[in-house]
Design a protein around this ligand. Structure first.
Ligand code: DAH
Length: 345
């Protein structure tokens, strides 16, 4: 009992030092000391453990403490309600708690940025299905069945309910959208095709079974390789800044001739050589070329009248370079600690 009496004294001085000026704190106090599971109730429950001859004395101590705690409560209650808060303790004139807002995914941010740069050059956005047929993803693009270049774009095949065969597939690039636009036969064409693409790849820091691309296509009379270079050079400067250098390396794509890959000077080391650029000073960012006459023909466009250029880039790649992200898997893991870093970007 001695101990309890001491504890009561301690609570008293704690209450004396409390400064309660709002309804929430007052309610907390009420629950702690005067609630049905509160301290005062608990003390009365101790009564049964007190020897009979001490019960009266202990009861008196408790009653004094109870009264003290209640008086304090009433006094604070008065103050709080005079302070403008209503009976309910709710002040409807206070601003609401801010809701936590989400933010855009880095892939979306960078895709939007790419799209808006090309829109300024007069390109418009074209979209197409993610489940494609063989023609739009491969054959029309000069990749006939058994062409070895198909190996580089192994994908997932889907059953076509009309034929019963697995002749649908998840598109491996958004070049299929270029085919669909060319087939519409409205020229000139100046489009970019952003979208999700799929490949049968082992998931690692550098590859995934799905990723995002932005491809572009410009077809008109007298379009030349010089137009291609200047367009892409403009894009890179807008995306990465005026100091970035570019170089074109000859390459091979079945749907373009000539074909090239474009590198930019490494942003991490400024071209001196580091891990990211594998000590070459350059990083590859896209494939491009002049649309192959066979592709134009396949899509019903006269290659003697029209020429065009095309290009395709991986959005993950550009994002990794722009924000120095080392592992591609971060983009699809939905870890808020990663995503939060792009708030307001
Ligand atoms: N489709 C190619 C790929 O996914 C990228 C590409 C290269 C697209 C050259 C083009 C192009 O339109 O002209 O690897």
């Amino acid at each position: 009992m001695e101990q309890i009496v001491q504890q009561i004294e301690a609570w008293k001085s704690e209450i004396d030092q409390l400064q309660i000026s709002n309804a929430t704190a007052l309610e907390e106090y009420r629950i702690r000391f005067l609630g049905t599971k509160g301290i005062v109730k608990g003390l009365f429950g101790e009564m049964k453990n007190v020897p009979a001859e001490k019960k009266k004395e202990f009861g008196a101590v408790l009653n004094v403490f109870k009264q003290f705690a209640e008086e304090k409560f009433e006094a604070w209650k008065q103050q709080v309600s005079e302070g403008g808060e209503g009976e309910s303790g709710l002040d409807l004139s206070l601003p609401a708690d801010a809701l936590p807002l989400g933010s855009r995914h880095p892939i979306t941010l960078v895709r939007n940025r790419i799209v808006s740069i090309f829109q300024r050059l007069g390109f418009s956005v074209a979209e197409g299905p993610e489940i494609e047929d063989d023609w739009h993803n491969f054959s029309a693009l000069n990749l006939p069945e058994n062409h070895p270049a198909r190996d580089m774009q192994d994908t997932f095949y889907v059953k076509n309910p009309e034929t019963g065969g697995a002749d649908w597939l998840l598109r491996t690039h958004t070049s299929s959208v270029q085919v669909r636009e060319m087939e519409k036969g409205k020229l000139p064409i100046r489009i970019i095709c952003p979208g999700r693409v799929f490949r049968n790849e082992t998931i690692s820091a550098r590859a995934h079974c799905f990723f995002h691309q932005v491809e572009g296509l410009y077809i008109a009379e007298n379009v030349s390789f010089a137009d291609l270079k200047q367009t892409l050079y403009f894009f890179v400067q807008e995306m990465f800044g005026k100091d970035v250098k570019v170089r074109f390396r000859p390459s091979y794509f079945p749907f373009t001739e000539p074909s090239a890959e474009m590198d930019i000077s490494c942003l991490i080391c400024g071209g001196k050589g580091c891990n990211v650029c594998k000590h070459t000073g350059w990083v590859e960012i896209l494939g491009c070329g002049m649309v192959h006459p066979k592709v134009l023909e396949n899509c019903g466009i006269d290659p003697n009248k029209y020429t065009g250029f095309a290009f395709g880039m991986g959005v993950e790649r550009i994002t990794m370079l722009k924000y120095q992200i080392k592992d591609l898997r971060l983009f699809s893991e939905n870890d808020v600690r990663f995503l939060k870093q792009f708030e307001g970007a």
